[in-house]
Design a binder for this molecule. Structure first.
Ligand SMILES: Nc1ncnc2c1ncn2[C@@H]1O[C@H](COP(=O)(O)OP(=O)(O)O)[C@@H](O)[C@H]1O
Ligand SMILES: [Mg+2]
Length: 292
């Protein structure tokens, strides 16, 4: 097992500085690490340094990548005889909201999703809510107008600003019912091979996290949990573990959970089968149309 990080743009055999600490710490804990140039993926010219051993499983840790980039990454790894531990479908099963939402509908705000060129103003009017939380399949807008609007006519501006600030809309547009969350209570958990870990060993894993771990069929993902003012815990979002940031986590703790999971991975991985979430055809991730 080897961790694969993005390389430094100017020094392709060195790790991207944003990931230096994680890479060093994993290495010191006995894990093999390599780097790959994400910039050269589309040229088919990306080399992995140092090269993995044939048949080795690689865990990517790095920037969010598009479904096409993920396929290119898989190809680059397979060219060495090794393979990625998380394939494209498994990546998208947690990276794209419309893929995980049907499995956790009772635990997370009501959500609908649309093609970016749909008549979004009309769709929002039809929903008839007094507030709308807007994001694409992956991220919300944290600048300018923000991600919560009251007036459906503002949706055009949110989408335009997503294009402007993020360069692209990933997948399509998700419209979520706004709930009264207590922002500062949000916590990230990581699930590795069905086992949940908190940022602190002192934190008891909440039941809602265990439910997510049992319903989502991915070997490595993150779960963000928040308190609502009525005391109910809710899922804010699920993310693929390879590209989830260490929000609220120390690099040391993140490394420790891999050390703890190492034996599980080697004894359980081959027995795992993909459940219903991944059996529904994934469209560049997801089925087009309305969720809810
Ligand atoms: N449906 C919602 N109602 C109210 N607040 C929300 C809702 N969804 C998300 N938020 C708030 O917005 C923040 C960002 O949303 P999130 O879905 O995590 O987007 P991102 O992928 O950009 O992190 C969350 O941390 C939460 O505080
Ligand atoms: Mg978030």
């Amino acid at each position: 097992m080897r961790f694969l990080f993005p390389s430094n743009y100017f020094k392709p055999q060195r790790v991207d500085s944003a990931y230096t600490e994680q890479c060093d710490r994993l290495h010191k804990s006995g894990f093999d690490t390599s780097v790959i140039s994400l910039e050269n993926l589309s040229l088919g010219a990306s080399k992995i340094y140092p090269p993995p051993h044939p048949d080795e499983k690689l865990i990517y840790r790095g920037w969010m990548i598009s479904p096409d980039e993920h396929s290119l990454l898989v190809n680059a790894v397979r060219n060495t005889g090794a393979d990625l531990w998380i394939d494209r479908d498994e990546y998208l099963s947690t990276h794209y909201l419309p893929n995980w939402y049907p499995l956790l509908q009772d635990l997370t705000p009501e959500t609908y999703w649309f093609n970016v060129d749909a008549d979004l103003n009309r769709e929002l009017i039809k929903l008839g809510w007094n507030k709308f939380f807007i994001k694409d399949y992956v991220k919300s807008l944290k600048t300018s107008i923000g991600s919560i609007i009251k007036d459906p006519s503002e949706i055009g501006q949110v989408v335009a600003e997503m294009h402007k600030f993020r360069g692209t809309i990933e997948g399509g547009i998700c419209v979520r019912k706004v709930e009264d969350f207590i922002t500062e209570t949000e916590q990230r958990y990581f699930i590795i091979n069905g086992r949940a870990f908190a940022a602190s060993t002192a934190t008891k894993i909440p039941d809602i996290v265990k439910v997510c771990a049992s319903r989502i069929n991915s070997k490595f993902f993150s779960v963000d949990i928040i308190d609502r003012i009525d005391g109910c815990q809710r899922v804010v979002e699920i993310g693929d573990g390879q590209v989830s940031g260490l929000v609220g986590w120390s690099v040391e703790r993140f490394t420790d959970i891999w050390a703890e999971s190492f034996l599980d991975i080697f004894t359980l991985t081959s027995d795992r089968v993909l459940l219903s979430s991944s059996k529904t055809p994934l469209l560049g991730g997801v089925p087009v149309g309305r969720g809810g």
